[in-house]
Design a protein around this ligand. Structure first.
Ligand code: SF4
Length: 295
């Protein structure tokens, strides 16, 4: 089994320092949509300048490099124990090289481990065995500010007038954006999961964020919901960093899960403009690191 530690280190570096092209394109379009001289356009100018500098200097796009969340899909025969060790080694080395800020804090003592290695949940690593011979590793760096404004709703919700249907989901998602009021560093992306239990629902809402911004949901009802929510969230006028303006969210990605008859959860994971996600593909001797907007 090939040792992927150095490849994983490069995956972390690229993810932390090089914003994916689809996200940058959306930020450029958002800037164009804002009035000249407005605070919103100024905020987006600063963001885009920062994105370019980070890429040029190979330095983190944001000082908060977030929670590293790895999803590994591997063919049979790979040792998940060895892969976990390689990921943890790469994370510690990436922290030493300042691609990542030390972010793993013991919740009881408040002590920072200094190398981004905490208990088994930090960094977060999910494994799934797949068919075929190709191994993929998706990495997302999920910032703390945007994680704080994620929300979960149990429908029906009397206060929102939200029932157990797509209209209820729409109301819940818009409420999450309204409550955030630009905190969590708007404009961002909404990952929405409908159904599941509380845990699987939040997990699926984060997985939805891995989709390219410009793809179209193959489920027609969800595609319609995503397009409608994108328009309506941007009509709230919250704008970049809460300064007011045309762009509060850059994209909406939704998925549905089976649920118990007794429960109907809607989970909203909010990802800030620093939407750092990349995929590493290992196919025999060939290792590629893809922008998720690439096919
Ligand atoms: S929410 Fe995102 S952009 Fe804002 S500080 Fe955190 S990581 Fe940075």
């Amino acid at each position: 089994m090939r040792d992927l530690t150095n490849d994983l280190l490069e995956l972390i570096r690229r993810t932390s320092t090089d914003l994916p092209a689809d996200v940058e394109r959306a930020l450029v379009a958002a800037r164009q949509a804002e009035a000249e001289g407005s605070a919103a356009r100024g905020a987006l100018d600063t963001i885009l300048e920062n994105v370019a500098l980070a890429r040029r200097d190979s330095s983190p796009i944001c000082q908060d490099t977030g929670t590293p969340i790895f999803t590994v899909r591997h063919p049979s025969g790979w040792s998940t124990r060895a892969l976990r060790e390689q990921i943890r080694k790469a994370v510690a080395e990436a922290t030493a090289r300042a691609y990542l800020r030390p972010n793993a804090v013991d919740s009881l003592s408040g002590k920072n481990s200094g190398n981004n290695l905490g208990d088994e949940a930090f960094p977060t690593i999910h494994f799934e065995e797949t068919e075929g011979a190709v191994l993929t590793v998706d990495l997302m760096l999920k910032g703390g500010g945007c994680e704080n404004v994620g929300a979960q709703y149990s429908l029906p919700h009397a206060g929102l007038g939200a029932g157990r249907d797509l209209e209820g989901v729409r109301r819940a998602a818009l409420d999450a954006v309204h409550q955030a009021q630009g905190q969590g560093c708007a404009p961002g992306v909404l990952g929405i999961a409908i159904g599941g239990d509380r845990g699987s629902s939040f997990l699926a809402s984060k997985e939805a964020l891995l989709r390219p911004l410009d793809d179209i949901n193959p489920d027609a009802a969800l595609a319609e919901l995503e397009a409608r929510l994108l328009g309506e969230a941007n009509e709230l006028g919250i704008g970049p960093m809460g300064f007011g303006g045309q762009t509060t969210v850059l994209g909406v990605k939704a998925r549905s899960l089976h649920r118990l008859p007794a429960s109907f959860f809607v989970s909203v994971s909010y990802m800030c403009w620093a939407h750092r996600r990349r995929r590493m593909v290992v196919d025999g001797d060939r290792v590629r690191i893809l922008d998720r907007s690439e096919p």
